[in-house]
Write a protein that binds this ligand. Sequence first.
Ligand code: F6R
Length: 353
Amino acid sequence: DKGAYPYYMLKEIDEQAVVARTLAGHYFNDEGEIVGIGCAIGDTIKQADRLYIIAAGTSYHAGLVGKRYFENWANIPTEVHIASEFAYDQPLLSEHPFFIFLSQSGETADSREVLDNIKRQGFPTLTIANVMNSTLTREADFALPVLAGPEIAVASTKAYTAQIIVQAILAYSLGEVELDLKQELAKVAVEIQAITDEKATFQAIAESALKDQHSAFYIGRGLDAAVALEAALKLKEISYIQTEGFAAGELKHGTISLIEEGTPVFALLTQAKTAGLLRGEVAQVAARGANTITISSKSLARPDDAYVLPEVDELLMPLLAVIPAQLIAYYATLARGLDVDRPRNLAKSVTVQ
Ligand code: F6R
């Protein structure tokens, strides 16, 4: 039931703060120790020399963020693969691979195909899914819940942030990390709430930047490039504005030729190491007439930025940076008079290959 909300998507965007709290409550005890992950999962992953994350669409984008936690916090090399590609062109595997399937529905046929293949090869598997009694959770060796609650809107929002959080918790449980993740997730929840409370700001941005546009771009570097992919998917799938998300350094290798007077270019700027380079790229597209809309984090912000995000641990910034993009996609779609929850040609659960 969407209650007072006009669309499920808006309700599900708002639920993200609660989901972050729910996950912290489920996976940590009062002392801040991990309790929600069985020893068998950790023991099996610790024997692996490489993780392979398999997913599609938005879940694939969540995997691109999760990779960073497994590499930075758990020190395990991690690859992220599109299920439909991996299924028919399996790359050369490491000696002791461990497979993680990420899925909202747990029914995605492309991911199921890979799981079948991998099981036949005898490698250990874990599914991280929102629907717990699903094919992918039942058929993998291990399963961890995403606990986002039912997601009805075709455009995935809360499942994305929740999948990122579960991956962060799992990676954290495998390594020795300075951060107090439970406390940091409490902060994430507070800040998600603060961002979703500013809907009018994102409605204004969407209406002024996107209402009459045919194309748009999202750029970023590092984790912001991963979020740019998801931000672009959100915008294009419901508003039908052709949107590309990509690593900002690639602009000069081709895409910059698409910039015209007024082309909206959204820049996500939350990663300190590459902030200077990204500022340069924003200036380059602005010089060619782009309408640049920069969403930055507090310590990297400049006065002209369209929106300044509150700050949490830099590796967790995707959880905040994606929220404006979700809301901008929502309001751009609303402004164009389209059905936000049910975009044409798409199904919520893709059970065919
Ligand atoms: C986009 C979206 C899709 C799904 C994809 C995978 O908003 O919802 O891209 O993420 O079809 O679905 P799941 O996560 O159910 O495996």
